[in-house]
Write a protein that binds this ligand. Structure first.
Ligand SMILES: Cc1cc2nc3c(=O)[nH]c(=O)nc-3n(C[C@H](O)[C@H](O)[C@H](O)COP(=O)(O)OP(=O)(O)OC[C@H]3O[C@@H](n4cnc5c(N)ncnc54)[C@H](O)[C@@H]3O)c2cc1C
Length: 422
């Protein structure tokens, strides 16, 4: 059996690995020109590569179900080699004084050490490395058209070639073209959470000098600007502000200067390092009634983006990839050589969805209700968040955070496929 996977990011590479583990052939189609190296830090330290884009210049906190999946892939030690080791999150006022601090030992303790902070590109690099050099990963091409029939599915690619397979997996991220081609326009599924986020990398030595090993942020009602160290010479900025109307600006850099310029401390210097085209996007979720259509399934942000407010998008993508491959593997246990009819494939894809979607629905609901605390809109909310962070190292606060961070061994991702729609 054969799958075409559109998107060679976190979800796509993890899906390819697990499908191959189930005895399937998998071809990954990635529109980007080349793979991420397994050490993004090395790439960032090469001066030519500092162009401010986000290829590998933003960090993710990685824990939860996807951590367990990486462990089952034998990648736990490998991925920890890429850990950035940030010690704390420190919030400051406009004059630079501390307003709150969250020690990184808290999430590490709650998860029993099953937590790491790393560059998204490094996670992608580790997954690509794990697939091995012989894996069929095609760079520099994307999806143009999808055709399904009783015997299989055909993906017409932007390079003009056509690929035939038993299943097509759309793993092409939050702005998925596969989703648009098969399920309709993004506007149908995009749930805007009221904020814009931006990120870029910088090398300003003065900023690097104050960062230590902490995420440091300045906050005011409705707006915050943070920065953290990626290597001895490179830092990354992460900015977020409320934006009720949601429309993206023509000139993101100008919008960042306008909205964040008055924050104080070292933020003007941080903004001076902003490239003309930083990463800039709405903060939002993808909420869909179903993730599959006959022989086509979506995985990762393409169907289950939980947003920055909820966190764990990458972890959920990796865990979902494992479940998707398990359910497809049940079609032809062992060899993967047999053929399966469309009804059987569709039922397998619904079982995958039935196992994963309830977990994502819960996570997305939590993300929506936490949104007001991510960028507090008023001085009163900001005050409450500061107090909560100040208390964060107490045993009581750890008990409150535990359900959000801990990975129960009986996570529904691991449950048998009962209750799935078929
Ligand atoms: C600033 C920021 C901070 C984040 N922080 C965290 C965090 O702390 N923890 C966490 O777990 N998650 C975090 N996330 C979310 C996390 O990055 C995503 O959930 C995760 O990357 C989703 O993986 P994916 O493979 O579905 O999508 P992506 O990682 O976006 O990969 C999609 C891939 O598809 C490719 N592609 C797109 N279109 C096409 C096409 N037409 N044809 C072929 N290929 C295509 C893209 O080039 C890309 O390689 C954060 C995201 C952002 C933006």
């Amino acid at each position: 059996m054969r799958a075409i996977i559109i998107g060679g990011g976190i979800a796509g590479l993890a899906t390819a690995w697990w499908l191959r583990h189930e005895g399937w052939e998998a071809t990954v189609v990635e529109r980007g020109p080349a793979p991420s190296p397994a050490s993004g830090l090395a790439a960032l330290d090469a001066p030519d590569s500092i162009d401010g884009t986000l290829d590998r210049g933003y960090v993710i906190d990685y824990f939860g179900p996807g951590y367990d999946t990486l462990e089952r892939m034998g990648l736990r030690a490998r991925v920890h080699e890429s850990g950035l080791g940030l010690n704390a999150v420190r919030y400051r006022r406009a004059d630079g004084r501390d307003s709150a601090r969250l020690d990184a030992s808290v999430p590490a303790r709650i998860t029993g050490g099953r937590f790491l902070t790393l560059l998204r590109g490094d996670l992608e690099g580790v997954l690509r490395e794990a697939l091995g050099p012989a894996a069929d990963v095609r760079y520099g091409t994307g999806i143009e058209e999808v055709r399904q029939d009783d015997e299989g599915v055909t993906a017409v690619l932007t390079d003009g070639s056509a690929e035939r397979a038993d299943v097509l997996v759309g793993a092409d991220g939050i702005h998925s073209r596969t989703r648009r081609l098969v399920f309709g326009p993004e506007s149908r599924y995009r749930r805007y959470l009221g904020a814009h986020a931006a990120a870029y990398v910088f090398t300003d030595p003065e900023l690097m000098g104050v960062l230590a090993n902490e995420f440091q942020a300045v906050e005011a009602p409705g707006v915050q600007a943070g920065m953290y160290r990626l290597s001895d010479t490179t830092g990354a900025a992460f900015l977020c502000h409320l934006s009720p109307d949601g429309s993206l600006p023509q000139d993101p850099r100008a919008r960042l200067l306008e909205v964040h310029g008055g924050l104080g401390w070292l933020v003007p210097r941080l903004l001076a390092a902003c490239p003309p085209r930083p990463y800039y996007d709405e903060v939002g979720q993808i909420v869909m009634p179903g993730w599959s259509d006959a022989r086509v399934a979506l995985v990762g942000d393409a169907c289950q983006a939980v947003s920055l407010m909820a966190g764990q998008g990458a972890s959920m993508a990796v865990a979902a990839a494992e479940v998707l491959a398990q359910e497809l593997g049940r079609l032809a246990p062992g060899s993967g050589a047999a053929k399966a009819g469309t009804d059987e494939v569709a039922a397998a894809l619904r079982r995958y969805e039935g196992r994963v979607k309830p977990v994502i629905d819960t996570k997305q609901r939590a993300g929506r209700s936490l949104a007001k605390w991510f960028v507090p809109a008023t001085p009163a909310r900001l005050f409450v968040r500061r107090q909560a962070l100040r208390l964060s190292s107490t045993p009581l606060a750890e008990r409150v955070m535990r359900p959000f961070l801990a990975t129960p061994r009986d996570t529904p991702f691991d449950a048998p496929a009962e209750g799935a729609r078929s």
